[in-house]
Design a protein around this ligand. Structure first.
Ligand SMILES: NC(=O)c1ccc[n+]([C@@H]2O[C@H](COP(=O)([O-])OP(=O)(O)OC[C@H]3O[C@@H](n4cnc5c(N)ncnc54)[C@H](O)[C@@H]3O)[C@@H](O)[C@H]2O)c1
Length: 367
């Protein structure tokens, strides 16, 4: 079992990573409680598979649970207000604790519900997808989607504890596992060439189910995110690097209607490949960097190209318009995460539109 501390002063917390953690949930959570009860928000898939085990693991801590529909479409006003009203109906008080038990969708929604409930109650993340364990459960970004774009409504609200039980990943469908791997790969690609190399070597075995390798990949990813968040909690600077691939990815998610055509992590993987390709076209890195990134994604059996997305996509201009909805637009200028090589990302707002447009036209033409 590993513990990674997110050093945020009075709001510091532990991310506990390991196997069999669900069975110890009560022991981990009880010290945080004023009274022995929690309100759990989950989704229907996770609830059916793992809620009984959580209930058993909570021991003397009683729980009430709400299961929302599974999938990205849940992350909107409708299910959000349902969750908030349910928590109020359950008489969750200021000193009580909300538990987010699910993937990034549930973590983001339940975290935001906790942030606004009675002007803020504490919450615990028990992430059940690879993506949520390595990324969304750590760092306190919570929120929901708007029809204007993804994650446009939300709050920074740090959890009080994160329990990442590696065993939960055993029931995750392969496609969701690989989508989460898009975020794992992202850490190496943006800031740790040694980790990227480790992933090139161990990625396939890790995807095939090796629990020790999975735990190590989660630990290294979380350690990296925790360090970045501790230095830049509200994304004034360095934290923006975690958005590698996201400007492209979010536009592609919007273009595919946040549907099963493209999962978030798949968009991040394709977006990272585009960001490296863009960096190469701008003369910032050698061709080797995008080639190596793409080769690794292919090796993992992941989506790499726009051609890997089923169905039609809008043209380059429409994709650029979707990119402009991104939260990283500052003073009307689009900011990109570019790279000087594997492990060497930086933020830039100096991408000429014609270079971007040509990149997208070429990427769309190989469909
Ligand atoms: N807050 C952040 O910092 C942050 C960072 C990255 C991504 N995100 C958000 O995370 C979301 C994506 O998260 P996700 O990929 O976890 O999606 P998700 O929560 O929709 O989970 C993916 C699917 O896996 C199922 N599932 C979850 N755990 C399972 C398990 N153990 N076994 C079987 N099935 C399981 C879910 O029911 C769902 O169908 C996006 O909305 C994205 O914006 C947030």
């Amino acid at each position: 079992m590993d513990r990674v501390r997110v050093e945020l002063g009075a709001r510091a917390y532990d991310v506990v990573i390991g196997a069999g953690l669900l069975a110890r949930a009560g022991a981990e959570i009880a010290p945080l409680l004023r009274r022995p009860r929690v309100a759990v928000i989950t989704d229907e898939t996770v609830g059916a598979l793992h809620l009984d085990a959580l209930r058993a693991g909570l021991g003397d801590v009683t729980m009430r649970a709400l299961a929302l529909p599974s999938g990205e479409a849940t992350k909107g006003w409708e299910q959000f207000s349902r969750a908030v009203e349910w928590l109020l109906g359950e008489q969750v008080e200021r000193a009580d604790l909300v538990v987010a038990f699910g993937g990034g969708v549930i973590g983001d929604l339940a975290g935001f519900a906790a942030a606004v409930l009675r002007r803020g109650v504490r919450f615990v993340q028990i992430p059940t997808t690879l993506l949520a364990q390595v990324d969304s459960s750590v760092g306190g970004k919570t929120g929901i989607n708007s029809r204007h774009g993804k994650n446009l409504i939300g709050a920074f609200h740090q959890p009080s504890l994160v329990l990442a039980d590696i065993d939960l990943l055993a029931t995750l469908p392969k496609r969701d596992f690989l989508a989460g791997y898009g975020e794992v790969m992202k850490y190496g690609a943006l800031g740790d060439a040694g980790f990227f190399e480790w992933l090139e070597k161990h990625g396939p075995a890790l995807a095939a189910g090796d629990a020790a390798l999975r735990a190590e990949a989660v630990r290294r990813s979380v350690a990296m995110k925790a360090a970045i968040v501790a230095r830049d909690e509200t994304e004034e600077g360095e934290r923006a690097l975690l958005n590698l691939g996201h400007t492209f990815g979010h536009a592609l998610e919007a273009a595919t209607g946040y549907s099963a055509r493209l999962l978030h992590g798949e968009g991040v993987a394709i977006g990272s490949a585009l960001a490296f390709e863009l960096s190469q076209r701008l003369g910032l890195c050698a061709q080797e960097a995008p080639s190596r990134l793409r080769a690794h994604l292919r090796d993992m059996g992941m989506k790499v190209d726009l051609a890997d997305i089923p169905g039609d996509l809008p043209d380059a201009d429409a994709l650029i318009a979707l990119m402009a909805q991104d939260k990283k637009v500052v003073d009307g200028r689009q900011r990109f995460i570019l790279a000087r090589g594997i492990g060497a990302a930086f933020v830039s707002d100096a991408v000429p539109r014609d270079v971007l447009r040509a990149l997208l036209i070429d990427a769309l033409s190989v469909r």
